[in-house]
Design a protein around this ligand. Structure first.
Ligand SMILES: [Zn+2]
Length: 354
């Protein structure tokens, strides 16, 4: 895997705080793009093959990760947190988190947990909701926290500990959802052979997916794709429940045939299946209960052909998630194989098959 993956998960960027991710994306899109496009909310894309008479294809990850913002600094110097993106409160207790100050430096903290000693009276409860959580940054009081540079509205991210599994095949990290997609966009733009590409092509990443698919709405308005591919991590159920459509780590990319916000277009489904089979790329069907940027793009203008090429990931929307390198290969290979075929004829064929 290229260095993009590790470097991107290590950067901080909850929704609306994507600056560091965007700067990274811009730096690495520029060498491979003919044009850089950034919309007014901050989504960023690099385009190639722009002189071609052909359809416009757009590939997008999203830059934001789940985390929190500083909501209040208490008189004791602890920080009340506003959760950003869907996070179960049960994953928060005792976690190491960093407050990102205005200059980009980090202040370490820990989410305070009540020790058993303080719970023995059976009247006291463990802290269990965002309203009760506090981040302890070691400040002595309110003024000390302010002097350290903490301000309301700053982002708070989970401390990362990027780790490769014992067999070398899996990687543990925060923010796979969806720095994986950001890195994949850079990877594809760098890897695709322009002479094999029958379309105009934009690759990049959206802002504010985790708070309601906001960036995709405006970036797709600007780029006007004929076909949109979201590349995003989806939660695997495999360690909890045995299911055929709940995602299994290492079993190939996910064909998201259903989610509540976007049902996969039937012509698109056929195109993805045929492409994967012709190239011996493993895939699995996936039913999701969440949405991706594809749902927002689908409803832009007079409607857009969309799909999500899903990356299986265990334990997303928590402090640490796990991906499998074989799935990375499958996602990368199927996107490259799809792009080579996407001329006007193919896009019309997909539409007519739907
Ligand atoms: Zn995501």
């Amino acid at each position: 895997m290229k260095r993009y993956y590790e470097e991107l998960v290590n950067l901080p960027g909850v929704s609306s705080h994507e600056k560091y991710i965007r700067n990274y994306m811009r730096k690495h899109l520029e060498p491979n793009a003919e044009e850089i496009v950034q919309d007014n909310l901050g989504s960023i894309f690099g385009g190639i093959n722009l002189d071609l008479e052909g359809p416009t294809v757009m590939l997008a990850g999203h830059m934001d990760e789940v985390g929190a913002m500083v909501e209040e600094i208490t008189s004791k110097g602890t920080i009340k947190m506003l959760s950003i993106g869907g996070i179960s409160p049960t994953v928060m207790i005792s976690q190491h988190m960093d407050v990102i100050l205005d200059d980009g430096s980090k202040i370490p903290g820990v989410v305070g947990a009540k020790p058993p000693h303080l719970l023995r009276d059976n009247k006291t409860q463990q802290v269990s909701s965002f309203d009760d959580f506090f981040l302890d940054i070691g400040a002595d009081d309110y003024q000390h926290a302010v002097d350290l540079g903490v301000k309301i509205g700053q982002q708070i991210v989970f401390r990362n500990d990027y780790t490769v599994s014992a067999d070398g095949k899996k990687i543990f990290s925060k923010a796979w959802d969806d720095r994986f997609g950001c890195a994949m966009s850079l990877d594809i733009l760098e890897s695709v052979k322009k002479e094999e590409l029958p379309c105009r092509f934009y690759a990049g990443a959206n802002v504010q997916e985790e708070v309601g698919l906001r960036g995709a709405q405006t970036s797709s308005f600007k780029i006007k794709p004929d076909l949109f591919i979201a590349v995003d991590c989806s939660p695997c159920q495999d360690t909890f429940t045995e299911t055929k459509v709940g995602g299994t780590l290492g079993a190939g990319f996910l064909v998201r045939f259903y989610d509540p916000r976007a049902i996969l277009h039937q012509g698109m489904k056929q195109f993805i299946e045929e492409t994967a089979k012709a190239n011996n790329i493993p895939f699995q069907y996936y039913k999701s209960m969440g949405g991706t940027d594809a749902a927002a793009v689908q409803l832009s203008r007079e409607g857009v052909l969309v799909c999500t090429i899903g990356m299986p990931a265990r334990y997303i929307h928590s402090t640490t998630s796990i991906i499998h390198k074989d799935d990375y290969e499958a996602v990368r290979n199927v996107i490259l194989a799809m792009l080579k075929q996407l001329d006007y004829n193919k896009i019309n064929e997909i539409k007519n098959n739907g």
